[in-house]
Write a protein that binds this ligand. Sequence first.
Ligand SMILES: [Zn+2]
Length: 329
Amino acid sequence: MRKYLLLYILSAISIGLRAEKPQIIASCSMIADMCKNIVGELADVKMLVPVGGDPHIYEPTPSDAKLVAQGDIIFINGLTFEGWIEDLIVNAASKAPVVRVTEGITPIQSEEYENSADPHAWMDLNHGLEYIKNIAEALKAMYPEMEETLELNYQAYAKEMRALDDYILSKINTIPSEKRVLITSHDAFAYYGKRYGLQLEALMGISTEADARTSDMIRVSRIIKETNVPAIFIESTINPKLIKQISDDSGVRIGGELYADSLGEEGKEAGTYLGMLKHNTDVIVDALLNENYQETKLDTDEESNFLLYGFLGLLLVGGLIFMASRLIK
Ligand SMILES: [Zn+2]
């Protein structure tokens, strides 16, 4: 009897522990990281599309439906970024409020499709500030007892965002204006380019649903020739095959890997929303500024070889002098 009582108490405690913290669901890794910064230890934050996944074409799993069913509040980007999410919420029979974090942002309209907005608004930190304001307001309304902590966290995070915004503006400014051309796999950088002053060209449109066509390959190759851009970029969530092919065909270097629709692995620089934007900026600026990257690398190699031979030479001469002095004695 006592054994059963103990089991009962233990399971009651575990249920109590599980229900203790609010369960926050975020559609993608960027929004999950923003939520974590706002709630700190006050709530559990779970994301649907895993790190490295592509939210445009994501296929939800049964465990996603379970997560959504257990969620107390759901944060999504909207602007058709997660086209699959409405069905998922209906299938999970969730009654949790759904908050669109892009609320209040004037989106960039798609050039390809009429009445279609570009979803990648987080790439501009001014919009990032709107995202976290929407998150903080929704959480304060739902959990008024947490209001003070949420506000403090929000203010501290907003300050970091403004500082990074200044950093990116001044860093991009170091690139000569004729070299400010950013060529990527898919059209995810329009907000970034508009805010920080880069001309954007992409192989694919604002979604990754449609494959790149031969005409897109020809268009991008022509732009590379016309602008004489020193580097093009691959993206962490997209197969780099076509960008590599363009790089081989036109002899332009791959400047590095950028993060647009997902954060990087946890613990790495791009593993947070702010880290991702800083990483992208540093990679872009280094690659567009440094036309002689390979030559510079060779120079350093030659320099270190020179030092090594010099050292060996000195050792040899020293040895000879030592032997000679011994012989003379
Ligand atoms: Zn995208």
